[in-house]
Design a protein around this ligand. Sequence first.
Ligand SMILES: Cc1cc2nc3c(=O)[nH]c(=O)nc-3n(C[C@H](O)[C@H](O)[C@H](O)COP(=O)(O)O)c2cc1C
Length: 160
Amino acid sequence: MESVSENDFRDTLARWPSGVTVVTARAGDTPIGITVASFSSLSLDPPLVLVCIARSAQSHDGLVGAPGFAIHVLGASQEEMSALFARPGADKFGAYGDERGPFGVPLLPFGVARLVCERYAAHDGGDHTILVGRVVSVEHAGTDPLLYCNRAYGRLSPSV
Ligand SMILES: Cc1cc2nc3c(=O)[nH]c(=O)nc-3n(C[C@H](O)[C@H](O)[C@H](O)COP(=O)(O)O)c2cc1C
């Protein structure tokens, strides 16, 4: 069986465009959060979504073990927030208040949408864990999304 080189694999996947989310939860009393592009809808009934969390992320055990988590879909002006939550282990919540939602999830400003989820399942995904949440609340605003493709941020161009 042939196998692809890690660089080819990464470079190929990098060409897949996505939105950007920040996923938050609470580990004990400590807020944790991480920038995540691997967000997907999964099921309508029950209402399920999934995110894939790297086992190497410092927040992995806290996110996967939490009773619930919040997914913030970032708006086009939230690039700075994406970069902040992509820093390993940094104190990421200093600039934000201590607003809490169901399950104590830290609530952050969102440009596009915010989904609060109850932990539904966690599956093995190689060096990631596939974390499935049952959506218990949704809010959305009308802002354009922040995009990510080819290792760079972008935004929708207005159609002419
Ligand atoms: C645009 C973007 C998308 C990312 N998507 C994911 C993802 O889907 N899953 C993941 O585990 N890490 C993802 N990361 C990397 C994490 O945000 C990064 O490893 C972070 O430092 C982890 O924080 P922690 O070590 O404090 O938990 C992404 C980073 C960026 C910039």
